[in-house]
Design a protein around this ligand. Structure first.
Ligand SMILES: [Fe+2]
Ligand SMILES: [Fe+2]
Length: 472
């Protein structure tokens, strides 16, 4: 394995020093990145933040903790260790050596996949840029910035691939990744969920739980790619991604816990007046973020997905653990089907074309784990309410269900009926205004906002009242 080089302008474990052209190209992209970070990154001025920096990919010590000024964060290029014997695990090239270069015939598809993944990384930083102004504690503020710098590093990871393997077109795409902006009317980010705003911390926790988890599954499929540098890049990104989901899981857990405490104290569900978030509002936020995240999996039936699999560009989740022939030539699966009469039934389709659907099912099962965990808090407090994932058909803009409206329970209703009942399913303007009204910064060490419980433990064995962030 190449040793991580920290002395260079761009820390890396890809022997960047050996390739002068590549190094120069990336070094000329670097100031554009820093500019983008200054303009589109966190708006709260800070002196330094207690951050984890990736310094190597080995089992021990890939993460180093310390207070750093965010602009001086060492965004680096780190690929998981290369397995010299790695063989392609699926599709038409199964059993062949993994590719160290991009095969000409797959060049544009691979480039597209990398650009789409790359586009989501800076998008989330943009979506979250104002959240630092209203953090519920310094611990949470630190976690936000950790997520932000790592999404920045994920952008670096994709830009490295574009520069190193896709020539001039790749460099142009890398430039454009900094030109599109979340929510922009002329040049929005590529995927819908990444143009939604993240205006408050409840949204942030939902985003890191549901939308970063979509990222986990997308990265998981790219980690299986026959294109080895992409596989190794994604493998390392997945390690960082798990912290983002931790922020979401524990964040929602703490919001639910605080709501329960206040409900117990005042013996009422009506806790808005006490500065806590009613469970019904938490459920509506969940409904929104879950449904837009399901859209990220694309159409249930997709010949692109089938082609990506057959050609080896993208595998399934945990491809090697799948107990089949890894070709799926004649396999079939059941998927939901909408009849002419507007009824939801199911039908059999080729497993190859249904790969988006299969991946989405893995994701749904994973999402349920958090809901189960949050419901345990409700149970612990003896609260007669349970959170739940809405039906897959609810509030969809992509795939077969985009043609209909259903209730969160999956009952089909007319567009008019949906419109009329929408406030009961999704956050209303009033709900959003209420949640926003709670968003007041708490920057004193050891203190926390009224609407969320403190974490059970701090970061890297530090206490909750540690000085995680020094404000400017
Ligand atoms: Fe990411
Ligand atoms: Fe993430």
């Amino acid at each position: 394995m190449a040793i991580a080089n920290y002395d260079e302008k761009i820390p890396n474990n890809v022997d960047l020093g050996e390739d002068r052209r590549l190094k120069r190209a990336l070094e000329s992209w670097q100031p554009n990145f820093i500019n983008w970070w200054k303009q589109m990154g966190p708006t709260l001025p800070t002196e330094d933040v207690y951050l984890r920096t990736a310094v190597n990919v080995g089992r021990d010590g890939w993460a180093q903790f310390g207070h750093v000024a965010m602009e001086e964060y060492r965004w680096g290029i780190f690929l998981a260790e290369r397995d010299r014997d790695r063989k392609i695990a699926f599709g038409a090239h199964k059993g062949e050596e993994a590719w160290q270069q991009v095969p000409g015939e797959y060049r544009s598809d691979l480039q597209r996949l990398i650009v789409i993944q790359g586009d989501t990384e800076p998008a989330s930083v943009e979506q979250q840029r104002n959240l630092g102004l209203t953090a519920p504690s310094l611990y949470d503020l630190r976690n936000l910035f950790q997520v932000n710098v790592e999404e920045g590093r994920h952008l670096w990871a994709m830009v490295y691939l574009l520069h190193a393997y896709f020539g001039r077109e790749g460099r142009e795409e890398a430039d454009e990744l900094l030109l599109r902006n979340s929510g922009s009317s002329d040049s929005p980010r590529i995927l819908g969920a990444f143009n939604e705003e993240t205006p408050d911390w409840l949204s942030f926790f939902m985003f890191t739980y549901f939308t970063d988890r979509d990222g986990k599954y997308q990265l998981g499929t790219l980690k299986e790619s026959a294109f080895d540098p992409l596989s190794r890049t994604c493998e390392f990104m997945l390690k960082e991604e798990s912290h983002h989901m931790f922020v979401g899981t524990t964040g929602i857990d703490r919001v639910v816990r605080r709501s329960c405490e206040v409900m117990a104290e005042h013996d009422t569900f009506d806790i808005a007046q006490y500065g806590a978030i009613p469970l019904a509002i938490i459920q509506k936020y969940l409904n929104f973020h879950y449904s837009v995240s399901l859209d990220l999996f694309g159409s249930e039936i997709s010949t692109n997905a089938a082609n990506y699999f057959t050609t080896g560009l993208k595998g399934r989740w945990a491809e090697e653990a799948q107990g089949d022939d890894h070709l799926l030539g004649s396999s079939v699966v059941e998927i939901e089907h909408l009849t002419e009469g507007g009824q939801i039934t199911s039908r059999e389709v080729s497993a190859l074309t249904a790969l988006n659907h299969t991946l989405r099912n893995e994701y749904i099962a994973d999402c349920q784990n958090g809901v189960t965990r949050w419901n345990r808090v409700l149970e612990e407090f003896g609260v007669d309410f349970r959170l739940s994932l809405p039906a897959t058909s609810f509030n969809r803009k992509v795939g077969i269900f985009s043609a209909i409206e259903t209730t969160p329970n999956g009952q089909i209703i007319s567009a008019e009926a949906f419109e009329a009942a929408k406030e009961n399913y999704l956050p209303s303007d009033g709900d959003k205004a209420f949640v926003r009204s709670l968003m007041r910064p708490v920057y004193e060490t050891g203190k926390i906002a009224s609407w969320i419980a403190p974490p059970i433990k701090g970061i890297n064995s530090q206490p909750f009242d540690y000085e995680y962030v020094h404000l400017a």
